[in-house]
Design a protein around this ligand. Sequence first.
Ligand SMILES: *[C@@H]1O[C@H](CO)[C@@H](O)[C@H](O)[C@H]1NC(C)=O
Ligand SMILES: *[C@@H]1O[C@H](CO)[C@@H](O)[C@H](O)[C@H]1NC(C)=O
Ligand SMILES: *[C@@H]1O[C@H](CO)[C@@H](O)[C@H](O)[C@H]1NC(C)=O
Ligand SMILES: *[C@@H]1O[C@H](CO)[C@@H](O)[C@H](O)[C@H]1NC(C)=O
Length: 229
Amino acid sequence: ISAMEGDSVTLHTDVTELQRDNVLLWTFGPQDTHIAKINRVHNETFHNGADGRFRDRLKLDSQTGSLTITNVSTELNGLYKVEIVIENKVSSKDFIVKVYAHLPIPVITRYCPLNPPSSVSRCELLCSMLNVSHVTLSWYKGNSLLSSISVSDLSSSVSLHLKVEYQDKNSYSCVLNNPISNQTQHLDITQLCQTHSDVSNVLVLTGRRFDVECDITDKSTQIHKLISK
Ligand SMILES: *[C@@H]1O[C@H](CO)[C@@H](O)[C@H](O)[C@H]1NC(C)=O
Ligand SMILES: *[C@@H]1O[C@H](CO)[C@@H](O)[C@H](O)[C@H]1NC(C)=O
Ligand SMILES: *[C@@H]1O[C@H](CO)[C@@H](O)[C@H](O)[C@H]1NC(C)=O
Ligand SMILES: *[C@@H]1O[C@H](CO)[C@@H](O)[C@H](O)[C@H]1NC(C)=O
């Protein structure tokens, strides 16, 4: 079950109506933490569990035993299990919940190339995003995909280059997406690619991060400062 942060997710048992002698238990995670339970025999029902992550987030339908988790967050990702005892037979059902964080809008900056000749005829750009996981970053020209890069694990930054002619009139956009949503940033060539503009990039050299400040003129790129972070 995929959801966005803040959504409500309902895990449905296939029971239409629990009977007096039915016992139902919801567990979460590798330790099978008990998070909700209905035991009519002992007139016992709870939904919170020992786990603070679920505080005030669980709603248990007393008729069907279905569990609703409100305002989900990525820390509630994982395996949920329900076990129901009906006439001494145990049946169980598993759910995998995957919560995706809200995507930020990717940032397009002018790239300060370290190799000046490459910058003379074309404007170099970088679309980037910090602190992401399970996303794909892509450049589009109109509706056609030009390039893309995917990160699966948590990554401190992801970025993708684009070179355009200064006079290019096509519409370009950078799109960040995960399996259930996307965010788009449109490229404004006139604004970003004017000559004589200062640009600032983050550069990673031999594992260290630098802020690069440079001055792009018609003929050359000069690096003003290289500040170690
Ligand atoms: C079950 O417990 C609740 C309080 O937790 C109580 O109000 C209710 O009367 C009890 N029902 C039975 C049938 O004992
Ligand atoms: C939802 O959960 C977040 C923490 O994950 C919390 O900051 C926020 O206040 C909650 N929103 C509501 C409406 O409960
Ligand atoms: C990225 O994550 C690190 C460590 O989790 C944090 O210190 C930093 O502020 C985050 N940066 C942004 C832009 O969210
Ligand atoms: C972005 O999401 C919208 C729906 O929210 C969808 O119509 C569109 O095709 C998506 N674009 C990309 C590039 O994934």
